[in-house]
Ligand binder design. Structure first.
Ligand SMILES: NC(=O)c1ccc[n+]([C@@H]2O[C@H](COP(=O)([O-])OP(=O)(O)OC[C@H]3O[C@@H](n4cnc5c(N)ncnc54)[C@H](OP(=O)(O)O)[C@@H]3O)[C@@H](O)[C@H]2O)c1
Length: 342
């Protein structure tokens, strides 16, 4: 599979009638089979919101988890009082179709990118403060990849690990969406980067500027001596204790993600990290990335400075969005998977 980073020309949008649109709707939980393209009402434009015609939207692990989650996810969502969201997707790039009352920063025709719920749809209603104007040199597909993955990588390294220039950083799980951003951001922050990834992604990760790339099918990183100031664990495939042993005494372990196994495994790991932090007072952290537009602007500026290159593995038209989510779940995806308008 070749890595796609360039612009792709887009065919015209198809919609059924003025008041409706097509969207990827989640009907139940358990597998990607619960996702269906349906005709649904177009979002109503209300005060403080922008209606965006979706040109590209990227797939995140969250979309896979939301479709696959079972009872435990249902319970956690209710505890956190999350609104049921039958249309998946949170990262998009597109063209402003119309603006609601009170909108001052955008006008119809503007090309924008950022975050909004229900992004796997022909039209998406977004908050004004969740969007930025898209630079011309950034394609719609590239722009749609940045939101969740880029901010998660940035906040993990800069805010939670608080890496400093010259420090040695281990990115564990460097070949996925978050990982490919993390390698580049860690380099942009002036650190020495060791990246662990699988055989499929060695070349891509090396091309992003990692100082050392380790193929986990050939070398067990946990057998190395202590040497890292920070470990960013995106993969969650090795025990916390084995990865912490790689840290120098003042080093910090930051848990970003977990394997796409059972929900008990995912939550178990998060709870274990929190207990280590709060009870054992170890320098370990878990965080949930914040959707700040300032960080999106920081990442846009890294792109404009030539320090950040969104990497896209495959694109799928909206009509095949379910396959995009299925593909992410295979563990074979390299960097980002993107959905485009049909
Ligand atoms: N804390 C937060 O706020 C936050 C935000 C977003 C995402 N996340 C989490 O971060 C993780 C990555 O998200 P993503 O969107 O980047 O997903 P993704 O693109 O599917 O990436 C999956 C990651 O898992 C690694 N991986 C898969 N199988 C592996 C194996 N057998 N051994 C070692 N590594 C393996 C991959 O590493 P290689 O490709 O290098 O093998 C890749 O880095 C997910 O768990 C997600 O839930 C957390």
């Amino acid at each position: 599979m070749s890595v796609q980073v360039e612009d792709k020309s887009m065919p015209a949008m198809r919609t059924s009638d003025k008041g409706s649109m097509r969207a990827l709707v989640q009907e139940g939980r358990g597998s990607a089979d619960v996702l269906h393209i349906r005709e649904v009402p177009k979002p109503e434009l209300i005060e403080g919101r922008v209606l965006v015609r979706m040109r590209a939207a990227s797939v995140n692990a969250l979309d896979w988890h939301s479709a696959h989650g079972g009872l435990l996810l249902e319970v956690v969502s209710r505890i956190m009082r999350q609104k049921p969201q039958p249309i998946r997707g949170v990262d998009l790039a597109g063209t402003v179709e119309a603006v609601g009352p009170g909108i001052t920063r955008f006008k119809p025709g503007d090309e924008v990118f950022g975050g909004a719920p229900a992004a796997f749809a022909e039209y998406v209603r977004a908050r004004e403060d969740g969007l930025l104007v898209k630079p011309q040199s950034l394609s719609f597909e590239q722009a749609a990849t940045i939101g969740v993955a880029g901010r998660t990588a940035l906040q993990g390294l800069r805010d939670h690990a608080q890496v400093k220039p010259g420090q040695r950083v281990l990115i564990h799980g460097a070949g996925g969406g978050v990982g490919t951003f993390a390698v580049q951001i860690a380099k942009a922050l002036g650190t020495h980067v060791t990246a662990v990834t699988g055989p499929r992604n060695i070349d891509v990760v090396a091309s992003l500027g990692a100082d050392e790339v380790i193929d986990y099918s050939k070398e067990d990183i946990t057998r190395r001596p202590q040497q890292f100031d920070a470990v960013l664990d995106i993969a969650g495939t090795r025990s916390v204790s084995s990865l912490r042993r790689l840290l120098v005494p003042s080093g910090i372990f930051v848990q970003v993600g977990a394997t796409k196994g059972s929900w008990f495994g995912v939550f178990g790991r998060i709870i274990a990290v929190m207990l280590r932090s709060r009870v054992l007072k170890q320098r370990v952290k878990f965080y949930v990335a914040k959707a700040t537009v300032e960080d999106l602007a920081f990442l846009r500026d890294l792109f404009l400075a030539g320090k950040l290159r969104p990497v896209i593995d495959r694109t799928y038209p909206l009509s095949e969005a379910r396959e995009a989510i299925r593909y992410l779940g295979t563990g074979q995806a390299r960097a980002k998977v993107v959905i485009t308008e049909d």
